[in-house]
Write a protein that binds this ligand. Structure first.
Ligand SMILES: *Cc1c(COP(=O)(O)O)cnc(C)c1O
Length: 421
């Protein structure tokens, strides 16, 4: 459920007509609903009620400072995967004690930054990384709580580019080697082994891969405890999928996911962390674009938009589907027309949808891409020198630009011409 609905024939974000934002900001732009962000964050929090738990928002899904500040105000922890994300979380007012540092290639500088600013735990992904963190912590005279990310070798049954829990993926250590790797970590100074971390992929639409992974984590918890490790915290990662297509194979709800976690893990008495990104932010955002031209091709009509793959790369990168809806509500039962929906960038990959049934549209009409709040604006670029897409946040009947569109001058002036040129 989200807060983007038609009222009086116009698509609204909460109580604000998106066309009103477009008139002020211009298209394309992203628009987020605080009510949807809050609802989704609370669904997870409530799903884990009864367990000692923390919901850490995966910053990479939607890292605008206003979104992070809003979620921090709700009590969210944050899962970060870079020094930049760590800095963003801290700037949003999240204390170090609520920040989990994940990621497969942390540098010494990033480790130092987290140890200086404070960190809830570092999730380690390899033995070389473990040794470097031990050296950095020892140098700084501190002890850092760590988990090791294990790769449970389960098939997440999601798109290959966002599956992370199979043996062939670069993430974590093979669960079959966990005992020796934990023994190694326990011998290293500056590290305090406190738990196990797992994250098997993103946009999972089925609970079974999670269940299989968490069962392996439960077994491993008992094994490691028997080996003498004090395992008190389980980080279960993110990955729960969202319904990108209305009325089509709906993924499980957070409450069902929470019930499964209770079933599989409650008996261990561990603190539970989860790191949802997509499910918190995905349906809390839309991208609005205008039709520039309608072009008739051979056997197909193209809807050429002013948004492109540089603004929303998911269709090009992950073959992702986004529902596309006109800002003006179509008449019920009205005619539909099949369009190839494309952007102006000089690549055939700049195609958002093929033969998509839509009400007849004309130049100047506006459309919204639903489910664009996660992995949307954060993956945008200025390819084709298209200024970075702006972002807007809505709360009730108020809206604010939370990232302005750079002018051409601002875009150009970020580059410098060497004096010797
Ligand atoms: C990407 C990522 C997440 C968030 O995944 P979602 O599918 O957006 O919920 C959580 N944890 C880690 C370690 C990640 O890499």
């Amino acid at each position: 459920m989200d807060h983007f609905n038609y009222k009086d024939g116009e698509l609204h974000a909460e109580d604000v007509p998106l066309a009103e934002i477009a008139a002020q900001v211009g298209t394309p732009f992203y628009c987020y609903s605080t009510a949807t962000l809050e609802r989704h964050f609370r669904l997870f929090d409530e799903a884990l009620e009864g367990l000692d738990h923390m919901v850490c928002f995966a910053v990479k899904a939607a890292s605008n400072q206003a979104i992070l500040t809003f979620l921090a105000g709700l009590g969210a922890g944050m899962d970060v995967v870079s020094g930049g994300e760590y800095a963003r979380a801290r700037a949003a007012g999240v204390p170090g004690a609520r920040i989990v540092f994940s990621g497969v290639g942390k540098t010494r500088a990033e480790m130092r930054m987290a140890l200086e600013g404070g960190v809830r735990q570092v999730n380690l992904e390899s033995e070389p990384e473990m040794e470097v963190l031990s050296a950095v912590a020892t140098e700084m005279g501190v002890e850092v709580p760590v988990t090791v990310r294990v790769n449970p070798d389960v098939d997440a049954r999601t798109h290959a580019k966002i599956a992370t829990g199979k043996a062939e993926n670069k993430f974590g250590i093979p669960i079959s080697r966990a005992r020796e790797v934990y023994a190694h970590a326990a011998r290293l100074p500056g590290l305090r082994v406190i738990g196990i971390d797992v994250h098997i992929g993103s946009q999972l639409t089925d609970l079974e891969p999670f269940r299989m992974a968490y069962r392996k984590v439960a077994d491993l918890t008992r094994t490691l405890r028997a080996d003498g490790h004090d395992i008190t915290r389980l980080d279960l990662g993110g990955g729960l999928g969202i319904p990108y297509e209305r009325g089509n194979n709906a993924p499980p709800l957070p409450v069902e996911y929470g019930r499964m976690i209770h079933q599989e893990l409650a008996g261990l008495g561990c603190e539970i962390e989860i790191e949802p990104g997509r499910l918190v932010a995905g349906n809390a955002g839309v991208m609005v674009a205008s039709v520039i031209y309608v072009k008739s091709g051979e056997g197909r009509d193209f809807l050429i938009l002013d948004a492109a793959m540089n603004d929303l790369v998911r269709p090009a990168m992950y073959d992702a589907h986004h529902d596309i809806v006109p800002l003006r509500e179509p008449a019920p039962g009205g005619d539909m027309h099949a369009y190839d929906v494309v952007g102006p960038v000089c690549e055939t990959g700049d195609t958002f949808a093929r033969a998509r049934p839509l009400p007849p549209l004309a130049a100047g009409d506006m459309v919204a891409f639903r489910g664009a709040g996660a992995y949307g604006a954060v993956m945008a670029s200025e390819y084709n020198s298209r200024p970075l897409v702006p972002e807007v946040l809505v709360k009730g009947d108020q809206f604010a630009v939370i990232r302005a569109r750079p002018s051409f001058d601002e875009m150009i002036n970020r580059d410098t011409i060497p004096p010797w040129l």
